[in-house]
Write a protein that binds this ligand. Structure first.
Ligand SMILES: Cc1cc2nc3c(=O)[nH]c(=O)nc-3n(C[C@H](O)[C@H](O)[C@H](O)COP(=O)(O)OP(=O)(O)OC[C@H]3O[C@@H](n4cnc5c(N)ncnc54)[C@H](O)[C@@H]3O)c2cc1C
Length: 342
């Protein structure tokens, strides 16, 4: 196998043999950077039972090469083991940039590896670029409570490493005719961490996963005034087949649990439609919804900042507007002969 140094790398993530969306989002960032640097883009897959068809998707979404390290002992993420493998790959292939998701896996694995390879890492980036002239990676992320965007560089060490927030970009359109190389890298026994034995996994019961993948999200904020009013949001979400989100104010008041929080210190999401009810549109909230396709705001204050980013706005009292919208939905559903549950 020919070793291409100075590549841009992305670390793919998977679950039960399927690649996760963050793998494809990272490839969009990676493709942009690799093109600017006039180098190639590779995606790293460490895991088990991820078939060729799935690996080929990485090429369709922009990778030139895939380095696949697979073994039944890599089925579950164990930081030390995955880190040993990624560190060894970095030392052998010397990429110039390594990107991971700002996910549980990426936030655990990449800092560990950055220490091992003696380089820096910027966590939670929302933007990436290449500095003209130097070719340094510009790592852009909110700082000082989200009030400024900081641009961070790693000028003296390689690779330049960053984790990137999920939903900070949409994947490229896949091109099934793109061609590339899939390299299968064998694992060495000494890389397996024998101190850790994974006995099983208990899935977390939370709104997190539905919020992540929902096409429509209805979120409630402090404008609801009291916790029991949150049922208005839940009913509207149910009528629309939507997931329920919330501002930090609503979560801090205990009206709904943290996995539903949208924003800088919550989830970044990119639904087709985001409906913000009684939410002012603070910069930290907007950080979580900026890649939504359409934003609908319902707020009694016409000067609320949310209206500056909203595609559709309703100025009004949510306690009147929501029942009106629900009534309309019910009528429409009735017309179409669909059953509607209160
Ligand atoms: C480091 C840091 C991280 C943060 N992370 C997050 C985060 O992840 N997510 C997040 O959301 N916030 C976050 N925040 C908090 C953020 O700054 C705001 O305080 C928060 O988003 C405000 O929530 P809100 O819009 O529900 O409340 P408010 O700002 O109080 O807005 C309530 C809105 O409801 C409207 N309203 C009131 N009554 C009605 C009515 N009857 N009908 C219709 N509208 C009505 C008001 O006009 C107002 O616009 C963070 C802050 C910091 C410093």
């Amino acid at each position: 196998m020919k070793i291409n140094v100075n590549q841009v790398w992305t670390v793919a993530e998977h679950w039960e043999g399927n690649l996760k969306p963050i793998s494809f989002e990272l490839l969009h960032w990676g493709r942009t950077l690799a093109d600017k640097l006039q180098t190639s883009l590779a995606s790293i897959v460490i895991g088990n039972a991820i078939n060729n068809e799935e690996l080929q998707k990485l090429i369709a979404y922009g990778a030139d090469e895939v380095y696949s390290v697979q073994d039944p002992r890599l089925s579950f993420f164990v930081c030390e083991t995955y880190a040993r493998i990624l560190t060894s790959l970095i030392q052998s292939f010397q990429p110039v940039v390594v990107l991971g998701g700002a996910t549980t896996l990426g936030r655990t694995l990449l800092p560990y590896v950055a220490v091992k390879v003696h380089t820096g890492l910027t966590a939670d980036c929302t933007g990436l670029d290449i500095e003209e002239g130097t070719g340094n990676l510009l790592q852009i992320r909110p700082a000082i409570g989200g009030n400024i965007m900081a641009t961070i560089k790693t000028p003296f060490h390689r690779p330049q490493m960053a984790t990137v927030r999920p939903h900070s970009i949409k994947p490229l359109c896949p091109d099934p005719f793109r061609t590339g190389w899939i390299h299968r890298i064998p694992i060495q026994d000494q890389m397996i961490d024998s101190r850790v034995d994974v006995l099983g996994l208990d899935p977390l019961d939370s709104g997190r996963s539905t919020l992540d993948s929902a096409e429509i999200v209805v979120s409630g904020g402090k404008g609801l005034r009291r916790g029991d009013a949150f049922s208005l949001i839940q009913s509207l979400a149910q009528d629309l087949g939507a997931a329920v989100g919330a501002s930090r104010e609503a979560v801090d008041r205990g009206w709904i649990s943290y996995p539903h929080q949208v924003g800088l210190s919550g989830k970044a999401i990119s639904p087709k439609v985001y409906i913000a009810v009684g939410i002012s549109g603070a910069i930290q909230h907007l950080a979580g919804i900026k890649s939504s396709e359409a934003i609908v705001a319902i707020n009694s204050d016409p000067s609320a900042p949310i209206f500056q980013v909203a595609d559709f706005g309703i100025v009004g009292d949510l306690f009147q507007v929501i029942p009106e919208i629900r009534k309309h939905i019910h009528e429409q559903k009735k017309k179409k002969g669909m059953e509607c549950h209160e």
